[in-house]
Write a protein that binds this ligand. Structure first.
Ligand code: GUN
Length: 290
């Protein structure tokens, strides 16, 4: 079994980005600038956004964190989005989701200028991705493609099973892996909460990608011998062993599945750092030519 070291690959990518930024600055380009809007005080969202901001600093990018209270109205948040669209120094920005229930995530996403939508969530970017045209692509599935590619994992003709159909992970992941090219050319199945005979399907998978947010959900009896396991789950569970009082748990029952598979991503240190590195890469791309 090979442990896929997302932490190391993400650090490699950040080093590559730093070199590209230095080069860009030497040629008179501007410093790339990522902004993030964080609404409310959800602990997990706060952790993720802080990691994104920290990664910017590490690669020599500017970052701005805009915090808004849970009580912000939809119109007020849309005004913030419009202000970032107009701000010439901001190359890309994200609105961390989930948002409070009284705000339509869809409306907010559609208000973002697609040229600054480094999350790749805007329908224009999603549509372009579906048609295989250059676009910003969502960070988590793009980061997974990068992991597969850097570990030279064979994908052509393989059965890939994804558990979860979110707009952020499951749906774009299915599209990317089924497309022509490498990584790609997979036969993809998306499973979800209504799937019958889930275990029968997951046992057919050469590449298995649980992305449902249920700690320890994928057990060894659901996995084919020699499968590649990419664990997208990052649920915060309380822990007495960490300073923060929390630790991240993946969707995979790691110890038992690790014995059976050919490759596996750990949680933490697998997909998570790749998501952040990809967002930073997208921000650099948004700043090209400026
Ligand atoms: N919430 C969970 N993942 C993401 C992400 O990639 N981007 C944003 N904006 N919110 C998220």
């Amino acid at each position: 079994m090979i442990l896929i070291d997302g932490k190391k690959i993400a650090a490699d990518i950040r080093s590559e980005i730093r070199i590209q930024i230095d080069e860009k600055l030497k040629q008179g380009g501007k410093i790339p600038h990522l902004a993030a809007i964080l609404v409310g005080d959800d602990g997990a969202s706060e952790t993720y956004v802080n990691l994104k901001m920290k990664a910017c600093i590490e690669v020599g990018m500017k970052s701005s964190l805009i915090r808004k209270p849970d009580s912000i109205t939809e119109d007020e948040l849309l005004d913030e989005v419009h202000a970032l669209n107009e701000n010439r120094d901001i190359d890309g920005f994200i609105v961390q989701v989930p948002l409070p229930k009284h705000i339509s995530e869809q409306k907010v996403i559609e208000a973002i200028d697609p040229a600054k939508d480094v999350d790749g969530f805007h329908p224009v970017n999603v549509g372009r991705m579906v048609q295989g045209i250059e676009s910003f692509t969502p960070a988590t599935p793009t980061g997974i493609m990068e992991l597969i590619s850097r570990y030279k994992i064979e994908t052509s003709g393989k059965n890939c099973v994804i558990i979860g159909r979110s707009n952020i992970v499951g749906t774009p992941m299915a599209l990317m892996l089924s497309r022509k090219g490498y990584p790609g050319n997979c036969t993809v199945t998306i499973c979800h909460s209504r799937t019958e005979n889930l275990k029968e399907i997951t046992k057919q998978a050469d590449i298995l990608i649980p992305a449902l947010g249920r700690p320890g959900f994928l057990t060894a009896d659901m996995v084919k011998e020699g499968a590649v396991i990419i664990d997208v789950g990052t649920t915060r569970v309380t822990s007495t062993e960490t300073k923060s009082g929390f630790r991240l748990k993946g969707d995979v029952a790691f110890d038992e599945v690790a014995e059976k598979c050919s490759y596996i991503t750990p949680v933490p240190g697998g997909v998570g750092p790749m998501t952040i590195a990809t967002l930073i890469k997208n921000t650099l791309k948004a700043s090209f030519g400026k």
